[in-house]
Design a protein around this ligand. Structure first.
Ligand SMILES: [Cu+2]
Length: 517
């Protein structure tokens, strides 16, 4: 098998630009063809907002700490009841159509006592408004970019055509807007999200606040009777003067983490559970891993990125969500009134900077009423295996440390003018993604849900115990994760590490999908 795998990769894998027509390769290059400076992510800093968030940094001292020091965590109010995520308004007047508007712009908000903070937000709120649609719906979102940088809207995990997916080469310049339009097929019910994806600016736009939840519902959802709660978890770094600082070299190396870990932009909210509830949880942090546990309780997980499992997974002590991963769990009241805490346990992901040690973080207080526990269906839905793989390819994640810090896939940093992989619509492939680096990396492939087949580490292969649809999978150092995947649309997509600073430092590649021959 290994020989066959290598052979197939060598003949069919990294084809490079030689296999492309000059027209295609020119259109792919950000530096060829269109000369508008605003379209170049590396030349786009010329447009400044009215209030420049960077200009004032460090210029102001106050009673809460010297300039340049972090805000103490207690300055953000805590303990309020968890808010629902506001929904994006649907302007459509007929069933089956969702029409909404998202505007990305700087806005000043109050997050810590005594200071205001300029964040970048969708429609002025943190997190962005939640989009809720049904399988079969056509979605039309008008996006306007009022940021001082190019931007895009990427529909993380959703099966949308590449030219509607907000990829780095489809940018929306400052001041401009565009329409994203796609139809969500049957079977796509799941827990997704949206965030910007302009190359060179994704990390900053995400850590300044630009992200929102996206739920697709199925008509025959077996858990539709359960009330739902949405926990959109993000972290934020604030200085003592309320400013959001730029990334440091340590952030580029380890990924950026903020001292405030929030659910729906609230610190340590209170969640009261009176009957069995379905929780959807997003890890929308740039780099923070969330090893979630409900202290003193076990977790029942019913779904992941691309929707429900076949069967509930019970008695889980903890639930690891790498950046960009999602989960659905079920939380029930107890035999008597009680309380617990939702925490993120320390998780060692190989961070390298000094003081990079992971701490236990309290995320929420959960108050459990005494009440009945809903019985879940033994089978939630059918998750069919993708067919036999017709091709095997290998991808290798690696790092180069030191002065010239680089994060690579197959020994190369990202180049928008280069195609790394070519495939065809409907072709079932195995991707053996090997992590040759010293840190965990969460691997994300755009526009499709895949199935994890197995994990191999220290010579031992573990097959996935059950089938599930995923778009992001964590890969530990010296581990090879085999996924099975088939693309549904022709066009150009990217795959990358979802530690957004790693993606920006090069750990991203391009996949060209040809129409079915
Ligand atoms: Cu990474």
């Amino acid at each position: 098998m290994p020989t066959r795998r290598r052979f197939l990769t060598a003949t069919l894998g990294v084809a490079g630009l030689s296999a492309l027509s000059p027209t295609v390769s020119q259109a792919l290059s950000p530096h060829a063809g269109h000369g508008a400076p605003a379209a170049d992510p590396h030349a786009g800093h010329g447009v400044k907002p009215v209030a420049d968030p960077h200009a004032a940094h460090g210029a102001k001292a106050d009673a809460h700490g010297a300039p340049g020091s972090l805000a103490v965590v207690e300055r953000m109010p805590a303990g309020a009841v968890l808010r629902d995520l506001p929904r994006l308004h649907n302007h459509a007047t007929r069933a089956g159509l969702f029409q909404g508007e998202l505007i990305a712009a700087p806005v000043r908000v109050s997050l810590i006592e005594g200071e205001s903070t300029e964040v970048w937000a969708f429609n002025g709120i943190l997190p962005g408004p939640m989009i809720e649609v049904r399988e079969g719906d056509t979605v039309e979102i008008r996006f306007t970019n009022r940021l001082p940088q190019p931007s895009t809207l990427h529909w993380h995990g959703l099966p949308v055509p590449p030219d509607q997916d907000g990829n780095p080469h489809e940018i929306v310049a400052p001041g401009e807007s565009r329409l994203y339009r796609f139809t969500l097929p049957a079977g796509s019910a799941g827990t997704y999200w949206y965030h910007p994806h302009p190359h060179g600016h994704t990390s900053e736009q995400a850590f300044r606040g630009l992200a929102g939840a996206f739920i697709v519902r199925a008509a025959d959802d077996p858990l539709r009777a359960l009330p739902e709660r949405h926990l959109f978890i993000s972290d934020l770094r604030l200085m003592a003067d309320g400013l959001i600082p730029q990334n440091t070299m340590d952030d580029v190396m380890d990924g950026r983490e903020g001292q405030f870990v929030m659910i729906n932009a609230q610190r340590q909210p209170v969640i009261a559970v009176a009957r069995t509830e379905r929780w959807r949880i997003w890890n929308a942090c740039n780099a923070r891993y969330l090893d979630l546990s409900l202290e003193g309780m076990t977790i029942t997980q019913v779904g992941t990125d691309g929707g429900l499992f076949e069967k509930p997974q019970t008695e889980l002590v903890s639930l690891l969500l790498a950046p960009a991963e999602r989960a659905e769990i079920v939380v029930s009241p107890g035999p008597r009134t009680s309380a617990t805490t939702l925490v993120a346990r320390p998780y060692s992901r190989g961070k390298m900077a000094a003081n990079a040690e992971d701490m236990r973080v309290t995320l929420a207080t959960v108050k459990l009423a005494a009440g009945p526990v809903a019985i879940l269906p033994a089978q939630l839905r059918k998750v069919a295996a993708l067919g036999m793989a017709e091709r095997v390819r290998t991808l290798v994640l690696s790092e180069a440390m030191g002065k010239d810090m680089r994060f690579m896939i197959d020994g190369k940093t990202f180049d928008m003018g280069r195609i790394d992989i070519e495939t065809m619509v409907g072709l079932v492939e195995h991707w053996d993604i090997r992590n040759d680096a010293d840190m965990d990396h969460p691997f994300h492939l755009h526009g499709v849900q895949f199935q994890v087949v197995s994990r191999r580490q220290d010579g031992i292969t573990e097959h996935a115990p059950y089938l599930a649809w995923k778009d992001t999978v964590n890969i530990e150092p010296d581990e090879t994760v085999r996924i099975r995947v088939a693309q549904q649309y022709a066009g150009l997509r990217v795959y990358h590490c979802h530690i957004l600073e790693h993606e920006e430092a090069g750990m991203m590649g391009q996949l060209l999908i040809h129409p079915r021959a």
